[in-house]
Design a binder for this molecule. Structure first.
Ligand code: NAD
Length: 504
């Protein structure tokens, strides 16, 4: 795949897309034990471009036999120690090389995610920067972490050592294919584990390209493997495997619950979950710049077609400014219409597949039936391609499905409130607790409300401004554990206590 200059226009990206040849040279097979191989059962799955309906590739679809082959290879690699016992500075060097390769191939990787799941290419490029930054962050930090010496008396030496877990299976979703992958594999590999990645069946292409780059970067045999396939077959097999020590999952709450059961039915493997959300965005009447806040509130739900775990899908607005504010949100939504994902100016792209498209439209129908006021959107665009414009419901209550359930699409539910107390009650009245936004100029209120919000992260006067230095994760049914920052290393390592009795 080549282009004389970096792609900048829609024509450039279209030329790049046309130059991708999935039949020749691009690996669509599983990456197991340092080789690209067909599934033992010979199955494949079809991946299509949701913006056009065109078939992109037939990709290998793994099942239980492939999972066990990968688990054996991962265990051999771990026990062999070429990676698990390599000095952290050695692991750092390889991971930084992988980051370099990803940087060099970022346009191709971004394009693969865009073609596979429909997001705008400018957004995919942002994901690549996030993925590469995450890899660099963990590579750079791993040789700067120390163990502990316990405060013992002179007759003993107590050490607290941090050790890798062994074989980690990372099961990831399709909405940020490579970035979610990086959040999982970067700390897991940095900590010294062998990692088996199962990308979503809806977006396997960038993960397979990553496998080639990982091999080129010098990750030893069996340390990183990629098993494309369906959740109910290869995903379940990994989750039930007696040879997997940790399941690191990002995806829906329903599947997260199943994974905990699989762990209980097998070897009590550690289960680290990043699940769904229905995140509240609280706007108080004392906001300084309502225009700007409305722009952010719209982007909080319409970015990535609303297919975002932390989408600000519940907008809670103080009734004193509600009507004027909603007008501004509608104006902002008007500027965020979906377009060709290969056009760098498109804010929204296509919905990932027909199932998700139908699910979103069904929620919209229920919203109307349940009595919410549809202010804009509400209908799919004519094909080809799966596009749904920004949709805003006002007058939503917490009894309505669109007010409680994760839609995972460009549908905003607006609630009104009259007091801080009511705002906090509405915000916390959810099974989820992933993110919350809070817009106000009153520092006392900001601190009061922030402390009371049951949420893994609170964005104050922004939505989703984050970098690698802060952990990311949820409470309640949004999951457990944390991605990103040095805290994520805790998910992929165990403490070993060593007590040495010293002779007098
Ligand atoms: P999903 O739960 O359907 O699938 C996620 C992954 O799990 C896929 O790879 C899938 O193949 C696999 N899977 C499905 N069933 C399985 C099973 N029985 N055993 C093992 N693996 C199985 O989710 P999705 O539709 O891919 O992604 C959307 C969901 O992900 C949303 O709920 C969203 O909120 C969530 N998400 C959360 C975060 C976060 O950080 N909290 C980030 C992104 C997405």
């Amino acid at each position: 795949m080549s282009l004389a200059r970096h792609p900048a226009t829609r024509d450039d990206w279209q030329a790049l897309a046309a130059s991708l040849q999935f039949e020749q040279g691009f690996e669509t097979r599983a990456f197991i034990d340092d080789a690209f191989v067909d599934a033992e059962g010979g199955a494949t799955l079809t991946t299509t471009n949701p913006a056009t309906g065109e078939v992109l590739a037939e990709v290998v679809s793994c099942d239980a036999a492939d999972a066990e082959a990968a688990v054996s290879a991962a265990r051999r690699a771990f026990d062999g120690g070429a990676w698990s016992r390599l000095a952290p500075a050695g692991r750092k060097a390889v991971l930084l090389r992988l980051a370099e390769l990803m940087e060099a191939h970022r346009h191709e990787l971004a394009l693969l995610d865009t073609l596979d799941m429909g997001k705008p290419v400018s957004s995919s490029l942002g994901d690549m920067a996030g993925a590469i930054g995450c890899l660099r962050h963990h590579a750079e930090s791993i040789d700067k972490l120390y163990g502990e010496v316990a405060p013992t008396g002179d007759d003993a030496l107590g050490l607290v050592l941090r050790e890798p877990l062994g074989v980690v299976a990372s099961i990831v979703p399709w909405n940020f294919p490579l970035m979610m992958t990086a959040w999982k594999i970067a700390p897991a590999l940095a900590a010294g584990n062998s990692v088996i990645l199962k990308p979503s069946e809806k977006s396997p292409l960038s993960a397979l390209r990553l496998a080639s780059l990982a091999r080129e970067a010098g990750l030893p045999r069996g340390v990183f493997q990629v098993l494309p396939g369906f959740g109910h077959s290869v995903g379940k097999a990994l989750a039930l495997s007696m040879g997997v020590d940790c399941l690191a999952f990002t995806g829906s709450t329903a599947v997260g619950k199943q994974l905990m059961q699989y762990a209980g039915q097998s070897n009590l493997k550690k289960v680290f979950l990043e699940c769904g959300g229905k995140s509240p965005n609280l706007v108080f009447a004392d906001c300084r710049d309502l225009e700007r806040v409305a722009e952010h509130a719209a982007a909080a739900i319409f970015h990535n077609q609303g297919e975002v775990c932390i989408a600000g899908s519940r907008l809670l607005v103080e009734n004193a400014i509600r009507e004027a504010f909603v007008e501004k949100v509608l104006a902002a939504a008007e500027r965020m219409q979906p377009g060709d994902p290969l056009d760098p100016d498109s804010f929204m792209g296509a919905i990932v597949d027909e199932t998700q498209h139908a699910r979103i439209l069904d929620y919209i129908r229920r919203g109307v039936e349940e009595g919410a006021t549809l202010r804009t959107g509400g209908r799919a665009l004519d094909g080809p391609g799966l596009f749904i414009p920004p949709t805003v419901f006002d007058g939503v209550t917490d009894a309505m499905a669109i007010g409680r359930e994760e839609i995972f699409g460009p549908v905003l539910s607006v609630f009104g409130f009259d007091s801080e107390e009511e705002a906090v009650r509405l915000a916390n009245d959810s099974d989820y607790g992933l993110a919350a936004g809070l817009w106000s100029q009153d520092i006392d209120r900001i601190m009061r409300v922030t402390r009371r919000l049951r949420s893994g992260q609170v964005f104050v006067n922004n939505w989703a401004d984050m970098d690698q230095t802060v952990p990311f994760g949820g409470v309640k049914q949004s999951g457990n554990g944390r991605d990103k920052s040095h805290h994520s290393l805790e998910e992929y390592s165990d403490l070993k206590s060593v007590w040495m009795t010293l002779a007098p």
